[in-house]
Design a protein around this ligand. Structure first.
Ligand code: 5AD
Ligand code: SF4
Length: 454
């Protein structure tokens, strides 16, 4: 989400006449986009701002001279800290909370006119501007990228006990379907082949506020739930080849969603479905509103529809009071779910959340141990799951030279699995290739190109 918001800000600044710098060393304006979901993330963002301000004032210990004249901070750490941000960073030029980044070009103008320490904090129900700004489209040319993020839902009202998101990102708000469809259509017209729809809980799209109005077209397939209906509308866009979305809550895994996966081949067969814990006791304390059995039923439903369906997850280890037995439940749930990938987080108490009132009683060393156990399990599980795909042919959109070995290219299959292959001559970024898998690794597949499509 922050990557997407940063892109939108870049587009808005370009539209206001600013020019993109080649890198940090050349930039006169630097804006740090912050996250406060875990303490460490916030500390890094604020620390980075501090270093930039020191460089600007000639106090830093930078090895290269920076040209920076204006330093801004955006994102959810700003909302959490409020005016206190200027106690921590007295010489910060401006600070903008989540839903107000559309004001950044204006704030930059004010800073250029000599103003300092500007603060913009959004209300919980604010509807932002600038959400549909994309750099390449703002420049009027064909997109240099073939993948794009599209924000469809903001904020969250779930209030999981450990999570600061509802406090800093405001109430759930679904963007009007008409706006989303227009944005994706414009992206596709500029050469974008794959979109990833973003929201804290995208399957809740259109449930709190109506995203479809009576003036919008009715669903040709008879879909009644707003999110599958959005998938149906986006599937009809020419040039668009793939639709992804993230993140999801198991409650949204409805029959209509599965029907949309089945009926719309553009919808990728991958769901990021954060589980957080496998222990019913901890899930209840977290206020997740599902049991272990309900979660497993959601995963089963997806895999019954397609055994190769990729499911990935987020897990928190060391939640207050998490016993060895609770942790074991998480391990077995992860095995039963056969996750294709998993992000493991060590519990971090966040001010103002319900769990912050509980003792953070799992020692750091034990959190680290549990983290490592789950990572090792996932490494084995990833290997195992990927080995089942050896011999299959995967459709991959080519992304470009692989990070590890530039002679090879990589791309992703519908399940978001990274596939590495030798590029046939003349292969273009974004081209569709059929790759036969010859080798499996825990996080990647390796294969040979069988066919190049477009
Ligand atoms: N501590 C650790 N991890 C957290 N997450 C959210 N809040 C916390 C916290 N206080 C994790 C959850 C979520 C992911 C984005 O971050 O796993 O799914
Ligand atoms: Fe946080 Fe829960 Fe909302 Fe996800 S669903 S953003 S974990 S409150």
């Amino acid at each position: 989400m922050n990557v997407r918001d940063s892109e939108a800000v870049a587009a808005l600044l370009e539209a206001a006449g600013h020019v993109r710098a080649a890198g940090e060393a050349d930039a006169e304006l630097v804006i740090v986009n912050s996250c406060t979901v875990r303490e460490m993330a916030e500390r890094k963002a604020v620390g980075k701002c501090g270093n930039l301000i020191a460089a600007k004032e000639g106090r830093g210990r930078q090895t290269i001279a920076l040209k920076v004249r204006i330093v801004g901070l955006m994102g959810c750490a700003v909302k959490r800290l409020g005016a206190d941000i200027f106690k921590v960073l007295p010489h910060l030029d401006f600070a903008v909370g989540p839903r107000r980044f559309g004001l950044i070009p204006h704030l930059v103008e004010r800073c250029l006119a000599g103003e300092r320490r500007l603060l913009e904090l959004p209300d919980d129900d604010e509807v932002p501007s600038g959400l549909d700004a994309h750099p390449d489209i703002a420049r009027g040319g064909t997109s240099a990228v073939f993948q794009s993020y599209v924000t469809i839902l903001l904020g969250c009202d779930n209030r999981c006990s450990y999570c600061i998101v509802p406090d800093v990102r405001g109430h759930e708000y679904s963007r009007p379907a008409r706006e989303v469809v227009a944005e994706v259509r414009a992206l596709a017209a500029h050469g974008v082949k794959e979109v990833c729809l973003l929201g804290q809980s995208v399957l809740r799209y259109g449930l709190r506020n109506k995203a479809w109005t009576d003036a919008d077209a009715p669903s040709p397939g008879g879909y009644t739930e707003p999110f599958p209906r959005l998938l149906e509308a986006l599937s009809g866009i020419d040039g668009l080849q793939r639709i992804r979305f993230t993140s999801a809550h198991p409650k949204g895994c409805t029959d209509e969603l599965v029907r949309a996966y089945r009926e719309f081949p553009k919808v990728c067969r991958h769901l990021h479905l954060p589980v957080q814990s496998g222990s019913d006791r901890i899930l209840a304390e977290m206020g997740r509103h599902y049991t272990r059995a309900e979660y497993l039923a959601a995963v089963r439903k997806l895999r019954e529809f397609d055994p190769e369906f990729a499911v990935t997850t987020d897990v928190i280890v060391g939640y207050p009071g998490e016993t060895a037995a609770d942790f074991e439940e998480t391990r077995t749930l992860m095995d039963e779910s056969g996750f294709d990938n998993a992000f493991i987080f060590k519990y971090s108490p966040r001010p103002g959340t319900r769990s912050a009132a509980l003792a953070d009683d799992v020692p750091t060393a034990e959190k680290e141990r549990r983290d490592q156990v789950l990572l090792d399990d996932q490494e084995r599980r990833g290997q195992c799951r990927n080995e089942r795909l050896v011999g299959t042919v995967r459709e991959v959109l080519a992304e470009g030279p692989s990070i590890r070995n530039a002679a090879r290219w990589s791309g992703r299959d519908s399940g978001n699995r990274i596939v590495v292959f030798e590029p046939p001559p003349g292969l273009a970024v974004g081209a569709r290739v059929q790759v036969e898998i010859t080798e499996a690794h825990p996080q990647t597949l390796v294969g040979k190109v069988k066919e190049l499509k477009s």
